[in-house]
Each structure stands twice: as C-alpha cells, then as structure tokens.
Design a protein around this ligand. Sequence first.
Ligand SMILES: *Cc1c(COP(=O)(O)O)cnc(C)c1O
Length: 335
Amino acid sequence: MRSLISLQSIYAARTAIAGTALRTPLVAAPALSARGGREIRLKLETTQPTGAFKIRGAANALARLDPADRQRGVICASTGNHGRAIAYAGGRLGVKATVCMSSLVPDNKVAAIRALGAEVRIVGSSQDEAQTEVDRLVAAEGWISIPPFDHPDVIAGQGTIGLELLEDFPELDTVVVPLSGGGLIAGIASAVKPAAPSVRIVGISMDRGAAMQASLKAGHPVDVVEEPSLADSLGGGIGLDNRFTFEIVRELVDDIVLIPETRIAAAMRALFVEEGWVAEGAGAIGLALLDEPWLGSLGEFVAIVVSGRNVDPHRFEEAIASASAFDAGAQPCRG
Ligand SMILES: *Cc1c(COP(=O)(O)O)cnc(C)c1O
C-alpha cells in the first residue's frame, strides 16, 4: 500500500509534539455500546489543551521549522480550532505566531487568541480579506503560512491519533472520523492502514457542502457551496490545488457517510446525556452512525474520534434542548 505520509514521519511527529499536545484518553462508552450492540470507545480529542485535535498537526509543523523560519514566525487566518492551535503551539515552542482576522471577529475570540500568545492583526471585514493579507505577507515578506490540513507535517501530526488507537485498542476493527479538509482522517489512515489493513476507516461529513465526497465523485478537487451548520468546524472546501489529503483519502479511506443537519444536535445530545462528555457539532458527529440506517456499517470494535469541544455555551444548550437523542432517525421499537 502506497502512502504519501510515511509511518516513520508519524512516529517522528509523536516525539516532536509530546509536551505540547496530549496523548488523549480512549474511554469506554457503556451506554452507547449497549445501544449499538457492539463495543464503542471514544477518542477524546476534546481533552487537548486547545479543545481540539488540531494542536497535534500545528505542534508538529512548528517543531519542524528550521531556525530561521522559527525566528521569522508563522501566520494563519483561522479564528477557529486551527488558529487556536497555532497560537498555543507557537507560545509553547517559542515560535512567533500571527493570526489575521477580520474586524467582524468578536472581541472575545480576538482576546482568546491573544491570550495564547499570538499577535493578532485585524484586516478587512471578511475571512477572505484576512486570508488575502496572509497570502500577501507570504509572497512579499516570506512569512510561513501553516495551512489547516493540506500539509505533510500537519497530516503526520494528526496521524499520531492512529498510533494511539492501535496501542490502546488492539481489537479495533472500525475507526469513525469527522471529515472536512481531510487532514485528520488522512493522518489516522496513514498510521493505521500499514499496520492493520483490515481496519475500516470511515469518514463522517455533514450533508451540507461535503467537499471531500463531492471531489471524490468528480475525480478531482471541486468547490462546494458553504452553508451554515452546527458542525461549523467541518465547513469549507478542500482547496482546488489540494496536494495531499485528496489523494490519501481516495487511497486509504473505506467509506464516507453524510449526516443530515438534524442528526448533529442529536449526536451532541447523545454524547452528553448518555456518556457525560461535551463536544461541538463536528466533534460529536461520529455518534450519528449509531443511528439506523448507518449502524450496520460498523464492525464489532469501534473507535469514534470526538474531535473537539469548542462550542459556545448558548449554542450547546440550544442543541441539547432541541434534539432528543436517537429517536427521529431510529427504527421504532415494538413489543
Ligand atoms: C478541523 C476539524 C475537523 C475536520 O478536520 P479535517 O482535517 O479538516 O478533516 C473536525 N473536527 C473538528 C473539531 C475540527 O476542528
């Protein structure tokens, strides 16, 4: 099996990120296991210091910079989990990090990224304008931009999750992974498949704007229309000039399942009510596979990656109140 990301680079990433990113717990999920009729365990990336797995990729990418680039610093335009990860890893590893944001980003988000030690530059009034400023600084001043998923060091960093899963759950036969740009699933597949080719890797996207799925269908990266979703961390395309994740997903991922928006809140609720864990929409989305008609696609020993927990309390409360877990999509139970 050919992979663009070597197992060796993932082992190297594990050493590089130790001390910045956590080796996260894989916890039992007894209520979900009983309901699903198989052993379900949860990989809690929600316990990372920035609340999401992206710290792994960011820490690896920064650790691998050469001294001159470290000095010059890195830049990105994300105000979400990637921006947080770059800011935090920069602070820990002594790499100057700059995050470009539009003037529309709320003050508390600006303050949070600043508090992690990053420099914040407010430019323009949209995310696109902030990204344009990043591109300008890269071209004009040689800044290093660290992208959120399509970068070998980022993918190798996320791949460390796969090493941990194989060690902690030797019976593992299915891994369920939230999927957007594909850095997370490409990393995990690159770690798991060489050692355990029979383990199925299943990607979960929302059915609104599933860019990777649409690209696989088309045979090349395509753009999709982005729509608002409770799984906001899964928004965005894979990049028309995608160099790594599209290929790796095409090669190594067994299945992609698209989940309707209404099941995302139900998944958040199930995770919280049944097991007591808080996650954002993108983080909980894998639990939707415990609904019919998707349940049959899982094996007997299933790890679900719970990718992040950064949701504002108001949205969380709304999601929990609006949904009732495992009803709308489930089969009626008679007798
Ligand atoms: C970024 C992100 C994802 C998707 O990761 P990709 O590498 O883009 O596929 C899933 N969940 C959370 C919480 C994220 O922040």
